[in-house]
Design a protein around this ligand. Structure first.
Ligand code: SF4
Length: 340
């Protein structure tokens, strides 16, 4: 049965037309889906009983609770959701004083093959729908406390652009959740076509996984550099009028002896010169079979300070949920998929 939750207002208008309801019914339905906290068509009490029965013939509300949760000693929680009938994605919930961030997945596995990432090792198993993206948010037990959302879970969001853009439309429109776009960040390896479309169609923040400023070195870490280079990504950003509310950031995982040298600092400062942005340094979390290790904390702090001294605003991201494999690059549902 088709799910109503995750449909945009235009799609709901098409639904109401198809079953012969008046135009205003679509707005009533979107209010029930995104503004009120019900979970069945039966509870949409300003629609007549006959209308609800008609809707229920072909459609269901479409929420699904997570099937498993792991909790970290730092308060981070990792939820497992079933998607695409027999597959799974993971979602991280990270409370931090008055902020509470949800990290959602946009695909099962990933095609991008970044060599330092568990999800990359899992390979690609499918795109999830806007229903399945937003269900990670709405069915989170801590849903009411959320203040921020990042698309940094499993998958490359801009390799599933249509469904990701639909979910952002629902999150940021007045008829939907009415969230400010500045509370949402989508992270990408740097798919040029997707970045252009994303910048044009949304006002949300953009994070780009950089990890090396050098072409040959980045190719070894991230195969995407062979076809979508950082130089091209930076050109797109330089040529796009970025409004002052929107934040552009670059993610940089430090690998000892690989991308943490003064040569890298100098080149990073050179290529990012003139772009209003921030670099987020992420400490590398060892994955099984990886040849990489993280530099010590002193080297990490020196790297950050050297970039700040060159005028590039740089911060170190605090690692969350390490003990439950919820930290950056550790999400994988390979085991669940195998045993499903
Ligand atoms: S880092 Fe992101 S884009 Fe790269 S393989 Fe992992 S999930 Fe995919």
């Amino acid at each position: 049965m088709e799910k109503l939750y995750g449909k945009t207002l235009n799609e709901l208008i098409a639904v109401t037309k198809r079953i012969g309801l008046p135009g205003f019914a679509a707005k009533q339905i979107s209010d029930w889906l995104y503004k009120k906290e019900i979970s069945s068509i039966e509870e949409m009490t300003n629609l007549s009983k006959k209308t609800r029965e008609l809707l229920s013939t072909d459609y269901e509300f479409g929420l699904a609770a997570p099937i498993k949760v792991s909790e970290s000693s730092d308060g981070t929680k990792k939820y497992l959701y079933k998607v695409l009938n027999d597959k799974y994605v993971e979602t991280a919930y990270m409370p931090d004083n008055e902020r509470a961030t949800i990290c959602v997945s946009s695909q099962v596995g990933c095609k991008m093959g970044c060599i330092f990432c568990m999800t990359g090792k899992q390979g690609y198993q499918g795109n999830i729908s806007s229903n399945e993206i937003l269900n990670q948010f709405r069915s989170l037990p801590e849903f009411r406390s959320l203040t921020n959302m990042v698309f940094m879970g499993m998958g490359e969001p801009l390799d599933n652009t249509a469904e990701v853009l639909k979910s952002l439309e629902i999150l940021t429109n007045e008829w939907g959740y009415g969230w400010s776009p500045t509370r949402i960040t989508v992270s990408t390896v740097g798919l040029i076509a997707g970045i252009k479309e994303y910048l044009e169609k949304t006002r949300c923040n953009l994070a780009i996984s950089l990890h090396s400023p050098f072409d040959e070195e980045r190719k070894k870490l991230m195969p995407i550099q062979r076809t979508n280079t950082v130089a091209e990504v930076l050109d797109v950003i330089r040529n796009f009028e970025i409004n002052s509310q929107r934040k552009i950031s670059f993610e940089y995982i430090l690998f000892k002896g690989v991308n943490d040298t003064p040569r890298h600092i100098k080149e990073l400062a050179r290529i990012l010169n003139g772009i209003k942005c921030r670099i987020n340094i992420i400490r590398f979390h060892q994955i099984p079979g990886s040849q990489f290790i993280s530099p010590d904390l002193g080297t990490t702090i020196n790297f950050k300070e050297a970039l700040n001294a060159k005028g590039i605003l740089t911060t170190i991201r605090v690692s969350r949920g390490l003990d439950i494999q919820a930290a950056c690059g550790l999400l994988s549902t390979l085991e669940q998929n195998k045993s499903a």
